[in-house]
Design a protein around this ligand. Sequence first.
Ligand code: IPE
Ligand code: IPE
Ligand code: MG
Length: 247
Amino acid sequence: MNSSKEIDIKDLEPVNLPAHVAIIMDGNGRWAKKRLMNRITGHEKGSDTVREIVKASREIGIKVLTLYAFSTENWQRPKTEVSALMTLLERFLIKERNEMLDNNIRLNAIGQLERLPKKVFTALQESINLTEKNDKMILNLALSYGGREEIVRMTREISQMVKSGSINENSITPELVSQHLYTGGMPDPDILIRPGGEMRISNFLLWQISYAEIFVTDTLWPDFSREEYIKILKDYQSRERRFGKVE
Ligand code: IPE
Ligand code: IPE
Ligand code: MG
């Protein structure tokens, strides 16, 4: 049956794994449209992929997995789509609790969480609290997240510190800026993966991806698989990251 050599985790070098993987989960709508289905069915199918990729990431030994699930701009979608996405999110947060507990995964969320419907916010807070002692992997969900909003928020916080005299302007360093972003304390993403084929960033982690290795695949998110993920990671391991230097 399994005659063709399938790539698997053992094909990855255990050293040289990305510590932080960031994914723009795109293409659910097109996946559904191709099948003459409602966009919401695409989102439902997409949430199965989330489960599979979280599981694979944990097995591979990724330390932080950031998934772009809902952008600040996505609030402008039709009400029915936004509310279906919120229901799916709430369901995911509750359903995956045991999986996260069994696999030592800590949940975290970044973005304007106060804009989430109360039910979703509560489910999120409960899952975050329940998993807070877990330390094998952080599942970091970008929800109601926008990179520009994050930078504005950081700027306000730091301005306030300067104004109150707790720091002076010379203390503003790249490290301080990083600390005051939602991702403060996390390493920057080593790799950014975008399924769905669009060659754009869509307001995701603008500061943090300065040296991320970028992979865009035409595969739509509901069709994205563990196998393709591992292939991308393998490809990542063959890239030379120069960080502006030579050799
Ligand atoms: C990504 O899929 C999910 C969200 C942005 C919430 P899309 O809904 O953007 O799917 P396409 O890009 O229309 O195919
Ligand atoms: C980016 O996808 C946001 C998420 C995946 C959550 P979009 O579908 O919203 O991005 P654009 O509109 O193609 O830039
Ligand atoms: Mg899209």
